[in-house]
Design a protein around this ligand. Structure first.
Ligand code: HPA
Length: 273
């Protein structure tokens, strides 16, 4: 098998043979952002299964595809369907599409997720603009052979989330009358939800929200020199002293309910980038 750089090149050549769009913005349509796909004037959709070296989706009926097109006049590439570490993918697989979207020309990376809210000020259904993160997955997507063509061996992480994009998103949220919190996202592997003691610990170390995605993709995006915007949808309250059993159905329902406002926020931000 070719090295990582070679496999990225192969995937990029294939995608370029399918679409003339040269995207500037890469988006993972994570939980809460699925409906953004409807905002894309699509030029082409490419199933992951057609793209050389792309991870194969393990979930039947959830094939996943790349959508290339425009939102608000801006050229974008969006991942419809993402890969999680808890599904059994390696972090190299989880983050491979980010490297491919970067190599297609994307300079900005937008990502969303569902997260448990540990900041007592947060309400279920709130959006949280991610200002920083803590990687508590115990693994790192950059472990392995280093290829300086993909980015530095020891990338700086002093500002993984672009401050200007945070400010722009806050501004757009105010204008659109969308409540937007700000905070630190901590990534764990899952797939179980946390114990009360774990939520207390995660709050204590400085996190406002917890989830099972995003951080590996952001680490790779930063290494590759992209500016990043991340938004969490707070789907449940995780207060250790009054913790109730997690209701996964309720979590998905909150995410679905928040989808229109998150979609509106992100499409407005893209239009004003
Ligand atoms: N923990 C981890 N991931 C989550 C949670 C949570 O409480 N809620 C939504 N995703």
């Amino acid at each position: 098998m070719a090295d990582l750089k070679g496999r990225i090149k192969e995937a990029v050549s294939f995608i370029k043979s399918r679409s003339k769009v040269r995207p500037r913005i890469a988006i993972i349509l994570g939980t809460g952002l699925g409906a953004l796909a409807d905002e894309i004037e699509a030029d082409e959709t490419v199933p992951y299964s057609d793209i050389p070296s792309f991870p194969a989706s393990t979930v039947i009926g959830h094939a996943g595809q790349l959508v290339l097109g425009k939102i608000g006049g801006k050229k974008v590439v969006a991942m419809q369907g993402r890969f999680h570490y808890y599904e059994g993918y390696s972090l190299e697989e989880v983050t491979f599409p980010v490297r491919v979207m970067r190599a297609l020309g994307a300079e900005t990376f937008i990502v969303s997720n569902a997260a448990g809210g540990m900041n007592p000020q947060f309400e279920t259904g709130d959006l949280m603009i991610i200002t920083d993160h803590i990687n508590l997955m115990g693994v790192n997507p950059l472990i392995g052979v280093s290829d300086e063509r993909l980015g530095p061996r020891f990338p700086d992480m002093s500002e993984p989330y672009d401050r200007k994009l945070v400010r722009l998103t806050e501004k757009v949220a105010r204008e659109e009358k969308i409540k937007a919190q700000k905070g630190v996202y901590v990534a764990v592997t899952g797939p179980n939800l946390e114990t009360a003691a774990e939520y207390r610990f995660l709050r204590l170390i400085g996190a406002d929200a917890v989830g099972m995605s995003t951080v590996p993709e952001v680490i790779v995006a930063v290494q590759a020199g992209m500016r990043v915007l991340g938004i969490s949808c707070i789907t449940d309250k995780c207060l250790p002293d009054v913790l109730k059993p997690a209701n996964i159905e309720a979590i998905f329902k909150v995410a679905r309910t928040a989808e229109p406002k998150l979609t509106r926020l992100v499409s407005q931000v893209i239009g004003r980038m």
